[in-house]
Design a protein around this ligand. Structure first.
Ligand code: SF4
Length: 460
């Protein structure tokens, strides 16, 4: 029996969610084919040859695209067992099942996939001792690393990027985060030798930069420092980037400097908002002042900071949005922030801890299965109108390949106009682009664009 693993989208990275289960299944003797749908199409003509088809739903955009494909997969492979797996699986079991999935698994899916594959083949269950909890991902049939997001450095120099994870889960409990309902404040470290072996195989395929995809690289600071040190010792020319929350940057300035010394050139951090009331609702564990402090720590370490945001929430005010743009300008981030970050609307998936917030329900409509979340309406319709205008403008800018500064200027005008204010000159220093950034600006918590969904439809 052949097994097909498909990934709709992993924000421009070679899909880890294909490479790791593929390794586990192949080690058990299964015949596995991987397809990254962001760079290729499903083998529609011979889909019926596969006895098990597993689609990764690691993030919101991937889940929305998977939803469009599942009924067609069912149509083309009526006898196949269809599985969805990944972070967004458990909260959306009912919706994914209604669309054609037979089984829905969470992110810790390898053992269950193994059982399911064995079951479909009629094999006896694997002995627990024979199970592989974490093995070196198998990337043999994934597209070349050069086809994925690249690191862009000074002078527009480009580096091929490897993707690795050192932990799974997260020890924090931010209310809006999709990791929280699944991991409930827990994380586990992956074996250092396995992480380094995975990096090694990608360096042998041309990578000169590693993007660490952990929810937060400093959940286990000692583990992170050991891996960064080993990476630097073995491959001193290789740089890396990681996601680190604002409060961790503020708590560990010494570690930020050590990471920089080991080749860290870029840190992604979820700033979300500059409004302390919004940050408290989201239980982010930092304040606007902390963001300014973290920006200084990272800058002094000589590392680029890539901030991400959730600007539109039920608590956002017109003035608050305008002040968000002011803070971005004051921090010199006009050329740093990907415009889509300024359009993101808070997602409320099933199981979200936001639902526990007293009074939050009054903002919500009924659960919308096709959107995999609860739609919400702002009490001030002008805020929703501004969000729609910002979203349209950002999509237009993406099509026109407009500069970030020009798009920011357009949003600056929209925000001031919405507040009934004259539009002041943007008046920010003529800063160059940040020293380092990734060429894929999308972020996992954004709604897919019309263009992304159109690609899914075309593929179907
Ligand atoms: S938002 Fe980041 S730090 Fe907060 S729970 Fe999610 S992964 Fe952890």
């Amino acid at each position: 029996m052949r097994i097909l693993l498909a990934s709709p989208y992993e924000i421009g990275r070679q899909p880890f969610a294909l490479a790791h289960p593929a390794a586990v299944l192949r080690q058990a003797g299964h015949d596995v084919r991987c397809v990254d749908l962001s760079l290729g199409a499903l083998p529609w003509d011979n889909l019926a040859e596969f006895g098990l088809i597993a689609v990764s739903v690691v993030m919101h955009t991937a889940t929305r695209i998977a939803a469009r494909l599942l009924p067609r997969i069912r149509e083309h492979a009526p006898a196949a067992r269809i599985v969805c797996y990944g972070l967004y699986g458990p909260a959306h079991t009912a919706a994914l099942t209604a669309l054609g999935a037979d089984t829905v698994l969470g992110p810790e899916c390898e053992d269950a996939l193994l059982d399911f594959a064995g079951d479909v083949e009629g094999r006896p269950p694997e002995e627990p001792a024979a199970r592989a909890t974490f093995v070196v991902p198998d990337r043999r049939d994934l597209p070349d690393l050069r086809r994925y997001a690249q690191l862009i450095g000074p002078g527009d120099a480009r580096k091929t990027v490897a993707f690795a994870e050192t932990t799974r889960g997260c020890k924090h409990l931010c209310r809006h985060c999709p990791v929280v309902p699944v991991y409930r404040g827990r994380f586990r470290a992956l074996p250092r030798d396995v992480v380094l072996a995975d990096i090694h195989q990608q360096i042998e395929r041309g990578a000169t930069h590693v993007s660490f995809g952990d929810s937060d690289f400093l959940n286990g600071p000692a583990h992170a420092v050991r891996i960064a040190g080993a990476l630097h010792e073995q491959w001193p020319h290789v740089t890396f980037d990681a996601t680190i929350k604002i409060s961790h940057i503020c708590q560990h300035p010494d570690i930020i400097r050590r990471l920089a010394a080991c080749g860290c050139v870029l840190i992604t951090s979820a700033v979300e908002s500059f409004d302390d009331a919004v940050l408290a609702h989201l239980a982010k564990g930092h304040t606007a002042a902390d963001t300014f402090a973290a920006a200084a720590i990272v800058r002094e370490a000589g590392v680029s900071l890539l901030p991400t945001f959730v600007p539109f929430t039920p608590w956002t005010t017109l003035d608050g949005y305008r002040e968000l743009l002011l803070s971005i300008r004051d921090l010199g981030w006009v050329d740093t922030v990907a415009p889509i970050q300024l359009a993101i609307r808070l997602l409320v998936p099933a199981g979200s801890h936001l639902l526990d917030l007293p009074g939050f329900g009054r903002h919500l409509g009924a659960f919308a299965a096709e959107q995999f979340g609860f739609p919400w309406v702002h009490e001030d319709p002008r805020v929703d109108a501004l969000q729609r205008a910002v979203q349209r403008r950002v999509e237009e800018a993406d099509e026109k390949k407009e500069t970030r500064r020009d798009t920011f200027g357009a949003l600056w005008a929209l925000a001031h106009g919405a507040c009934g204010l004259a539009v002041p000159p943007l008046a920010c220093p003529d800063a160059a682009l940040p020293a380092f950034r990734l060429s894929e600006p999308w972020y996992c918590c954004a709604e897919p664009t019309t263009a992304q969904l159109a690609v899914a439809d075309a593929s179907a």
